[in-house]
Design a protein around this ligand. Structure first.
Ligand code: F6P
Length: 513
């Protein structure tokens, strides 16, 4: 059994797979099942486990299936690790009732975990996105608790854990991602105590007063405590988790450490919980922001909108946590009062399709589209549209063109683990112009202190911030943007992943010593 850490270089990590970007051509297409040089015995030193594999399936010009690396996201971060370390990625390939064999894509070994249609309904749409998602996001929508969803969540988590146990080499590092897989760390440790196991929660962790509602609260905490290191976005999320471990398990918690007991009640090991705020692939966004075709596209967007004085932008997955309706309310009132005029200001709202079979998402779409329709019906002229609403996902090049075109960016989430859109906007503003209106309920607000920080529930406060941002003198905008950019450039996604993996390695060394 080896105890050495994985071979991971500073270039090896990037950011979370985002459903905002679809079809971006970031990598070479690969057929579903090409072979590659893998460790002879098919075991891997470094394994990432996430609900989805970091690839999207497309048809090539001959109608044949090909896989394209998902743009943005964790995959950008981890792709080089996969290529350099002997790495593999375990996840669902995205279609129910389909068996996909392990395959290689662009230097990564991808190991699919199959899910049936019923499992997608109960584990993904049900327990992950209609129980945990709303519960962990301040119960903005009421979470539903169903025992059969929980049963499937356990079953599917066990399948992911089994796949990781099978693929991991002796003493390998396994990094489990996000709320869909919270039981995997303990299920994996049970089978493979030799592994170094990390877990990162990309969404908030609720305070114990809310978490208490979950009928399976102890099992989930126990599941997470199988990890050596549990990463959260904000210090407050880590603190919430530690308080829950103390309250619901009676665990002994000191500073960031939880002393985990074995089944006999004796002390067995220590698990750590800490904040590691995720970031973005700054280089990728900055490079695109300087590319002449992207700059031209930004100018074209402005022209196509009728060359307004100010372009305001919102970019979100169509999710009730994003505060899109609050933003529209504020914007509609500003038009109503005449503070903003459609001849001078245009709002582009990109709302990328998400979780469309989950009821609360269907209702949100009706609400948002009804509101946009009402505002446009009231304020549009023959030549000007109040809100250009786009229910699409775009390639990253188009997103950066939108960021460049936007004088003001609106991020009004009611609760958000981080919000990478805010960071991408800042990264794209290479000339230090532009203004960011940012909800204080996002993880990003901890780092982007020079944004116009708002409480999205305070519609008057939000309106004032939008007006201030629209009228911000250039010198002040530059001062704020420069400070925010320094933050982002200094702490990009590569640094995020490095700091997590370094901390995991340091803990393993301490435990061994
Ligand atoms: O942050 C949570 C997350 O699961 C991200 O990983 C992902 O980009 C987004 O939500 C949407 O995820 P999905 O479409 O897989 O539900």
């Amino acid at each position: 059994m080896r105890s050495c850490p994985p071979r991971i270089s500073p270039q090896q990590l990037g950011l979370l797979s985002s459903t905002l970007y679809k079809g971006a051509k970031l990598s070479t297409n690969q057929p579903p099942s090409t072979s590659k040089t893998v460790t002879q015995h098919g075991k891997y030193d470094f394994i990432v486990v996430s609900n989805r594999l970091p690839v999207d399936r497309h048809k090539d010009s001959n109608g044949k299936d090909t896989w394209r690396r998902s743009p943005g996201g964790l995959v950008t971060a981890l792709h080089p690790v996969m290529a350099k370390a002997d790495g593999a990625w375990i996840g669902w390939a995205g279609s129910p009732d389909e068996h996909v064999r392990p395959f290689d894509n662009n230097g990564m070994r991808l190991i699919p975990v199959d899910l049936s249609e019923e499992e997608v309904q109960n584990y993904y749409e049900g327990f992950s996105n209609a129980t945990l998602w709303p519960l962990y996001h301040d119960v903005i929508a009421p979470p539903e608790f169903h025992r059969h969803w929980w049963d499937t969540y356990r079953l599917v988590n066990q399948r992911f854990a089994d796949a990781a146990a099978k693929a991991a080499d002796d003493g390998a590092t396994v990094w489990v991602q996000d709320y869909q897989l919270q039981l995997v760390p303990s299920m994996l440790r049970e089978q493979r105590p030799d592994l170094k196991i990390g877990f990162f929660n990309h969404i908030p962790f609720p305070p114990p007063e809310i978490y208490a509602q979950l009928p399976w609260r102890q099992s989930i905490i126990n599941g997470l405590l199988g990890a050596d290191l549990i990463g959260f976005q904000r210090p407050n999320d880590a603190a919430n988790f530690l308080r829950s471990a103390r309250r619901f398990l009676g665990a002994s918690v000191k500073a960031h450490q939880v002393h985990v007991r074995d089944t006999t009640g004796g002390f067995s090991r220590i698990s750590r919980a800490e904040a590691f705020p995720i970031s973005i692939d700054v280089d990728q966004i900055q490079t695109l922001a300087r590319r002449s075709d992207v700059i031209k596209r930004a100018a074209q967007i402005r022209k196509d909108l009728g060359d307004p004085k100010t372009i305001v932008l919102g970019v979100d997955r169509l999710d009730y946590t994003k505060g899109i309706t609050h933003r529209l309310k504020a914007y509609g009132e500003l038009l109503e009062e005449g503070t903003l005029k459609v001849e001078e200001t245009s709002l582009i709202q990109v709302a990328s399709p998400s979780r469309e079979r989950v009821e609360s998402y269907r209702l949100l779409r009706e609400d948002v589209e009804g509101t946009v329709g009402r505002i446009n019906g009231t304020f549009d002229t023959i030549s000007n549209t109040a809100i250009r609403y786009l229910h699409h996902s775009y390639p990253v090049e188009e997103m950066v063109a939108l960021y460049l075109a936007a004088d003001v960016m609106l991020v009004t989430a009611l609760r958000d683990g981080m919000n990478l859109v805010a960071k991408e906007y800042v990264a794209a503003r290479v000339d230090n112009t532009g203004a960011l209106v940012l909800s204080e309920f996002t993880g990003a607000a901890d780092q982007l202190r020079q944004a116009f920080l708002i409480n999205p529930h305070d519609i008057d406060g939000l309106k004032n911030a939008i007006v201030e941002a629209v009228n911000l003198p250039v010198a002040q905008a530059r001062r704020r943007m420069r400070a925010m950019r320094r933050q982002i450039v200094d702490y990009d996604v590569e640094r995020w992943s490095r700091s997590f993996l370094d901390a995991l390695k340091a803990k393993a060394v301490r435990d061994d010593g």
